[in-house]
Write a protein that binds this ligand. Structure first.
Ligand SMILES: NC(=O)c1ccc[n+]([C@@H]2O[C@H](COP(=O)([O-])OP(=O)(O)OC[C@H]3O[C@@H](n4cnc5c(N)ncnc54)[C@H](OP(=O)(O)O)[C@@H]3O)[C@@H](O)[C@H]2O)c1
Length: 295
């Protein structure tokens, strides 16, 4: 929201629930989009502890909130609390956007489409590509789904807890004809997969935790695309190291932007200004750099 913008009795409310949530850049991004569109809407961040989730979902409805985003740790836990779940969210098994479906809450997932849009905007079409996905958590589920639906020729899933990677590969098989394989985070097989990959996506939380990329960057041949879903100051050194390696690098900020733009459209029926949202994200990032890394 632009400083000084008037909140009125008619202001429509949306927001994000998570725990923690104070670090979220979504309020800056969405409020900038509302201001650019001239909409009397406001986006807030609500910290909701896991045990308070059912009461929060009911309370948001009682208060007439128009919709909300869902972040860690509620993306899966919220599913049984909703009146409807969209096809993609059900397939992915996680909800990041909740919309009013006329007297009830409908859960959707815009992470998958947001990732796909960020990839396409970067000039990478997953159709026919050989991809390696590091991680098997919530974000990896959305990215894996997007790559399979986007027509990737092959997708290798590598995760620290190997069983999770195998289970995700099994679940993704029904969404397309991508050749799927899975394994752990080390070893000759992964090294071979990385050597032949056009696209490597890091969907682990290692970069955010200051632990870099969970495989040696030397295993990725220069010229290939490296995408890290994390964003913010903690990730900058990882992205720089990948650039130094000669990789074509895409950070997580563009995925955040596009998943947010899709949520905005679902709530308001209007397309937001991507420029206004991108500028607000950049400014929030600069302020975060000055005040130190957030969680
Ligand atoms: N750009 C965006 O819009 C966007 C959206 C969603 C998420 N993200 C980012 O994506 C990342 C993952 O988020 P998430 O929601 O998927 O988290 P999550 O569900 O908690 O999954 C975390 C993943 O990281 C792996 N991991 C954690 N610590 C590790 C370590 N030390 N070494 C190797 N692997 C490790 C986990 O492996 P195990 O299974 O072995 O535990 C798991 O695969 C975060 O950085 C998040 O900020 C970005």
């Amino acid at each position: 929201m632009q400083r000084g913008r008037m909140i009125t009795g008619a202001t429509q409310v949306v927001g994000v629930i998570g725990d923690p949530v104070a670090h979220s850049r979504s309020p800056a991004m969405h409020n900038a989009a509302f201001a650019a569109a001239g909409l009397d809407w406001v986006y807030l961040a609500w910290r909701v502890e896991p045990e308070a989730l059912p009461a929060a979902v009911r309370g948001l409805r009682a208060l007439g909130v128009r919709g909300f985003n869902v972040t860690v740790p509620h993306k899966v836990a919220i599913l049984p609390l909703l009146d409807e779940v969209g096809e993609e969210a059900a397939a992915i098994g996680a909800v990041n956007t909740v919309v009013d479906c006329g007297g009830g809450w409908r859960g959707e997932n815009t992470d998958a489409e947001g990732f796909l849009r960020s990839l396409l905007a970067f000039g990478v079409d997953p159709a026919g590509c050989r991809a390696v996905l590091l991680g098997a958590g919530g974000a990896a589920r959305a990215v894996g789904y997007a790559l399979v639906r986007g027509g990737a020729a092959s997708l290798h899933l590598a995760n620290r807890t190997e069983g999770r990677a195998h289970r995700l590969a099994g679940a993704l098989g029904r969404w397309g004809s991508t050749a799927l394989s899975a394994g752990g985070l080390g070893g000759a097989a992964l090294r071979r997969m990385l050597a032949g990959a056009d696209l490597v996506v890091n969907a682990t939380s290692t970069a955010l935790a200051g632990a870099g990329v969970p495989v040696p960057l030397e295993w990725l041949p220069p010229g290939r695309v490296y995408c890290d879903l994390a964003y913010g100051p903690a990730v900058a050194p990882v992205l720089e190291a990948a650039r130094q390696r000669g990789l074509s690098v895409l950070g997580g900020e563009e995925m955040l932007l596009h998943q947010g733009a899709l949520a905005f459209e679902r709530w308001t029926g209007e397309k937001p200004s991507l420029d206004a949202m991108r500028a607000a994200l950049r400014q929030a990032g600069e302020e975060e750099s000055l005040s130190g890394p957030s969680k």
